[in-house]
Design a protein around this ligand. Structure first.
Ligand SMILES: [Ca+2]
Ligand SMILES: [Ca+2]
Length: 203
């Protein structure tokens, strides 16, 4: 569908007045408009997100299906927990990364109340997202960018009589500059409040 295009004063061969519609401009006959180029406005495709959890190590409180199945990129394999309310699974990104999103793809055994928590030491966990009204299916979660190596789904109340079960547990980082927040090491630096190696990628 092409709309809202205006042509001014297109006078066709054999006519003394401007054409008023495409038919008068013989747009049905290519012999009258060879070489015409129409340049549509380009709407950029959304940037593809990279799943930072893909094929990373995953650890869970219990497993009726292997925890690795939650991060294998395969939507027909799943991790499942025991049938109790307090269950969790975390993924180790391998290094601390600036992250701002998690996408949970639940099987019918979903979390009604859970938190997304982040950590850099497996001891201190911070909530970056909390819900008590989870509805299963896909939970696409965004949060303020934070630096973390470990990302956990901490279940506190199940949404079914079963446990928690995820086809996939995906983690996303700040787009376009994955180096933001990563540790920068320089051979030397002028250390002052405005100029140091850490300022090279502070966004
Ligand atoms: Ca899977
Ligand atoms: Ca959902």
């Amino acid at each position: 569908m092409i709309s809202n295009i205006t042509f001014d004063n297109i006078i066709m061969p054999g006519s003394s007045t401007p054409a008023q519609n495409l038919y008068q401009m013989n747009f049905t006959d290519t012999s009258f408009y060879s070489g015409v180029t129409i340049l549509p406005t380009q709407i950029p495709e959304p940037a593809q997100r990279t799943n930072l959890a893909l094929n990373k190590a995953a650890t869970a409180s219990s497993a009726t299906g292997p925890s690795s199945y939650a991060v294998d990129g395969n939507l027909s394999t799943r991790w499942g927990s025991n049938y109790t309310d307090s269950e969790w699974i975390y993924v180790d990104l391998g290094t601390s990364l600036s992250i701002n999103g998690v996408r949970l793809n639940w099987k019918t055994a979903f979390g009604k109340s859970y938190q997304i928590q982040v950590s850099n030491d497996l001891t201190n966990w911070s909530n970056v997202y909390t819900t008590t009204t989870g509805d299963g299916g896909i939970d696409d979660i965004s949060f303020t960018p934070t630096n973390a190596r470990y990302v956990r789904m901490n279940g506190t109340q199940r949404g079914s009589i079963y446990g928690y079960s995820l086809w996939e547990f995906e983690v996303y980082g700040v787009m376009n500059n994955l180096a933001t927040g990563a540790v920068v090491t320089g051979s030397s630096s002028l250390e002052n409040s405005n100029w140091s190696t850490s300022k090279a990628n502070d966004g």
